[in-house]
Design a protein around this ligand. Structure first.
Ligand code: PMP
Ligand code: GLN
Length: 460
């Protein structure tokens, strides 16, 4: 009897199991059919939030450089050694008896570096900056921008971007769900033949008209890449007033803060009344110590806003390389001891660059280009329209003329520059379509070679 019962239940269990198994097989076959009706390309399409983005100008133009080997005045970096004490600091760190310097460090910034940053910026902005809650060390200024934008922008928030702008701002805002609102700097009438980056200004009424209830953020870049404009105090006060009136966050990208020429002054917008509490300021060791390959940057601002950046950072890169952070901290400590001396790198670098700027402005003018004299940074924008007849732009297929000209020059003249339309949104790209951006932070010998290359071309 017990045996009979056991057999019956076993049989019914078997039936159920078989039914369940065949149902499972059928359903998995159905799923498989459904799945296989989608091709690999369809299923693994780029997520919508990234669609529409093409390879950036940096990726595209590095390829061109590798292929044609022109004189490279394109991407922004120097081609000669930086002061040796900076690179010695990295060697010493890697070989330090403290082997932990080759292991993970504190996620939000290596203690020695956040202390150095806090000492420097507390002095510069005249308020005590807490190294642990008001500073974040990031993977270059890129990540500082990314963490600030991702950490504050909600779907539908508007972000004001001033043109020309460093090209990653627009895609970063869009992928965070934000809506960029653009305003171009426009050349004012000066009556002078020599144009300065300071002659490019914002229209106050136009700027005011962009602020509304949805405005969450404005991104400011001073000194500006690519124009070299340094916003003066009056211009910054106007932006600050609007930020305060509309309760807007100001993201101030100041990676070129030490490259300031003539009698211009770099004013940090976070030092204006009522602005500390609504400003995140961004810096870069790549620019400060001319080591772009080290990819260390930082953001500083009030603790309640910095928390938002930390949330993004902790599950993105978590922490930045310890040896480079230690080496940059050592470099800062050396400079902090001589901030007012002409030997301080922050004071000697602009002097070195100013001479290179003047040399470039002269050789560009000599060949018939019209340079805009930068007040800061290490880029120069120049109008080449007077030389257009010397090129054959029909050989390139790009929509923008400056792309066609820079590509033609890479291939036929042997000189690489960057097309400035990349620093404008789609509707304003024509503003600088007959211009090129050159980097003048190059050894004198290479600037001379660039001058010769241009002279030979135009004299043909
Ligand atoms: N902002 C601006 C204006 C830049 O020109 C750059 C390029 N160096 C960056 C941010 C990014 O800097 P980093 O190399 O430190 O990521
Ligand atoms: N900031 C540098 C420039 O404008 C480099 C940018 C980059 O390589 N992504 O040239």
């Amino acid at each position: 009897m017990i045996l009979e019962l056991a057999r019956t239940s076993f049989n019914s269990l078997l039936k159920v199991t078989t039914r369940t198994t065949s149902a499972a097989i059928a359903s998995s076959q159905q799923i498989y059919r459904n799945m296989s009706s989608q091709s690999i390309d369809e299923k693994f399409e780029l997520p919508k939030r990234y669609q529409g983005q093409a390879p950036s100008v940096w990726n595209e133009y590095i390829q061109l450089f590798m292929k044609y080997q022109p004189m490279n005045l394109g991407q922004g970096f120097t081609d000669y050694p930086v002061p040796q004490y900076i690179t010695d600091a990295l060697t010493a760190t890697a070989n330090s008896p403290n082997c932990l310097l080759n292991q993970y460090t504190r996620g939000f910034g290596h203690p020695r570096l956040v202390h150095a940053l806090s000492s420097l910026y507390s002095h510069l902005v005249d308020r005590k900056i807490d190294p642990f809650s008001e500073v974040l060390v990031t993977s270059g200024a890129y990540e500082a921008l990314y963490a600030t934008i991702q950490g504050h922008i909600e779907d539908g928030d508007e972000c004001i971007i001033i043109e020309p702008f460093f090209d990653c701002y627009e895609p970063m805002v869009k992928t965070a769900g934000g809506i960029p609102r653009f305003i171009p700097l426009r050349l004012k009438e000066t009556g002078s033949d020599v144009i300065s980056s300071g002659d490019y200004v914002l229209d106050d009424a136009e700027l005011e008209s962009l602020f509304n209830k949805k405005t969450k953020m404005i991104i400011l870049n001073t000194p500006n890449n690519p124009l070299g404009k340094i916003y003066n105090r009056k211009e910054l006060i106007k932006i600050a007033e609007l930020c305060k009136k509309h309760n807007v966050l100001c993201v101030s990208d100041e990676v070129y803060e030490w490259m300031v020429f003539d009698d211009n002054q770099h004013v940090r917008i976070c030092t204006l009344p009522g602005m500390w509490e609504r400003t995140i300021t961004i810096g870069s060791a790549g620019k400060t110590f001319s080591v772009t390959g080290w990819k260390i940057g930082w953001a500083y601002g009030p603790a309640n806003l910095m928390v938002n950046l930390r949330i993004v950072h902790q599950n993105c890169v978590y922490t930045c390389p310890t040896p480079t952070q230690e080496a940059i901290a050592i470099a800062f400590e050396s400079e902090l001891k001589r901030l007012d001396s002409p030997q301080c790198y922050f004071n000697s670098l602009p002097v070195e660059l100013e001479a290179k700027r003047d040399f470039m402005a002269k050789f560009l003018s000599d060949v018939g280009m019209k340079p805009i004299i930068p007040q800061g940074g290490y880029f120069m924008i120049a109008d080449w329209s007077a030389l257009e007849s010397k090129a054959d732009l029909s050989t390139e297929s790009d929509a923008q003329k400056d792309y066609r000209m820079t590509k033609w020059m890479i291939k036929n003249v042997g000189l690489q520059g960057i097309p400035p339309s990349v620093f404008y949104n789609e509707t304003n790209k024509s503003i600088m379509e007959t211009f090129v951006r050159y980097c003048f932070f190059k050894k004198d010998e290479n600037l001379e070679k660039a001058a010769d290359i241009l002279k030979n071309w135009v004299s043909k």
